[in-house]
Ligand binder design. Structure first.
Ligand SMILES: NC(=O)c1ccc[n+]([C@@H]2O[C@H](COP(=O)([O-])OP(=O)(O)OC[C@H]3O[C@@H](n4cnc5c(N)ncnc54)[C@H](OP(=O)(O)O)[C@@H]3O)[C@@H](O)[C@H]2O)c1
Length: 419
């Protein structure tokens, strides 16, 4: 273990209180691993989970936060009992509202937004309005409500740091003045790298027969089940294209995806003079997490140094829109704008759940999303309440598809909205 006092600038920094939304998940646990290396710099204020009592109990025992939040009421009762038996003084709160409360609490400095899916939207908005430093892993917040969220960040005086490794890489290689105004900044385009997932070289016929276990076996990254399936379909990259649009004010034509199977270059920015700047590192989320926690300082993350000689080569190729139609759908939803990305996201969440439950095949995932998008009325985004209703309606339409397999979905064209 390194000596934490050697962190650049760490001795001057005051202790910061951190809330981790989605503490029991892959990102949540890795965040706690980084925080544990810097006890003089960070204090865990609140940890949250949905139903996973045993994991949250262990984390509370180790990190003794002031608050723990369980979404589920029975889980909250169980956690309260376990903590009492173990003599841990953490106060247990319950429900959706409590997630937002610990994100916006006046004692909190930093919020790691690492809940999976649309469920992360409300607490991330609460953190933005309360002016927190937000470490945003939950890309679905920006996919659903990019304009409203970015506005809330600006109005609330929050600091937004992207944790998705690709956006974190872009953030690292683009000076802040350019990030704020991509159009006039000399940036030609951003290049999101993609591993291509476990089926990078699979034929269409092979993709039809893909199993849940094969899809959950990502070659480079250890992640939660939803994002792992999203990586296999390349919807993850599609969601990241939409995320990059909002974070860097980039037009769809300024965002390209390049397949890079080694996942060593985490993304790049190309400038008009021909320079391409890249951020490299081993594929380990503790690097972007440490960057977000320490920014603008650099902190030890526990990630081993990059050995390029050992890696030997870095490969690149174009994504295939025929075998990976989810990427195309995400670009289309972004170009249509308005509520289309929220519909795409909701239909994707239902389709991925159904695939994980082994109710549908791998190539049904994009078919469901496309059907729901085609059958939906697309409007300009006006409020979070509207987006919550749009999300619910798209989920119903996707479930309808699952019940009736296409038959109930009217064939329509995507209704374009003026943003
Ligand atoms: N994993 C990565 O390497 C990675 C990389 C980049 C971006 N991200 C993004 O980070 C987010 C988290 O990903 P992950 O891989 O860490 O997910 P994960 O391992 O599945 O963890 C999800 C976390 O969210 C909680 N949760 C689930 N549903 C919830 C709900 N309805 N309300 C409140 N909390 C809920 C879970 O609690 P329980 O344990 O109780 O279910 C868990 O703590 C996703 O948006 C993902 O796209 C992840």
């Amino acid at each position: 273990m390194h000596n934490a006092s050697t962190d650049y600038n760490s001795q001057q920094a005051a202790v910061q209180n951190v809330t981790i939304l989605g503490a029991t998940g892959t990102i949540g646990v890795q965040t706690l691993e980084v925080i544990s290396q810097h006890p003089q710099r960070f204090k865990v204020f609140a940890l949250t989970a949905s139903t996973n009592v045993n994991s949250l109990f262990k984390l509370c025992k180790k990190h003794t936060p002031q608050y723990a939040v369980m979404l589920d009421a029975n889980a909250a009762t169980e956690l309260t009992a376990q903590l009492k038996d173990a003599n841990v003084g953490t106060i247990v709160l319950q429900g959706e509202h409590a997630l937002s409360e610990v994100a916006a609490h006046e004692s909190v400095d930093v919020v790691m937004a690492a809940i999976v899916g649309a469920a992360g939207l409300h607490p991330a908005m609460a953190a933005a309005k309360a002016g927190k430093r937000i470490l945003l892993a939950n890309k679905e917040t920006l996919v659903m409500a990019g304009n409203l969220f970015m506005q809330a960040v600006a109005d609330g005086g929050a600091t937004l740091l992207p944790i998705d490794s690709e956006h974190n890489a872009i953030f690292q290689v683009m000076p802040s003045v350019k990030r704020e105004n991509l159009a006039d900044s000399g940036v030609k385009r951003v290049l999101l790298t993609a591993s291509g997932g476990p089926f990078r070289n699979a034929s269409l016929a092979e993709l039809q027969a893909v199993t849940r276990a094969q899809a959950l076996n990502h070659p480079n990254w250890v992640m939660g089940p939803k994002i792992t399936i999203d990586s296999a379909t390349m919807m993850n990259k599609g969601l990241e294209v939409i995320e990059a649009h909002w974070l860097f004010n980039a037009a769809p034509s300024q965002i390209d995806v390049v397949i890079h199977p080694q996942s060593i270059i985490h993304s790049m920015v190309e400038y008009i003079d021909g320079s391409v700047l890249a951020q490299l590192g081993n594929p380990d989320m503790r690097t972007p997490i440490a960057y977000g926690l320490g920014y603008p300082d650099r902190l030890h993350s526990g990630v081993s140094g990059l050995d390029l000689v050992k890696i030997g080569r870095l490969d690149f190729s174009e994504p295939d829109p025929i075998r990976f139609p989810c990427l195309r759908l995400a670009y289309e939803a972004l170009k249509v704008g308005g509520t289309a990305p929220a519909i795409l996201n909701a239909a994707n969440e239902i389709a991925v759940e159904a695939f994980l439950a082994e109710e549908i095949g791998f190539m049904d995932i994009h078919a469901i999303i496309e059907s729901v998008l085609l059958a939906s009325q697309i409007d300009a985004v006006t409020s979070i309440e509207q987006l919550v209703a749009v999300d619910a309606s798209a989920r119903r339409a996707a479930k309808d598809w699952l019940k009736h397999k296409y038959s109930s979905m009217p064939a329509q064209t995507l209704k374009v909205v003026i943003k």
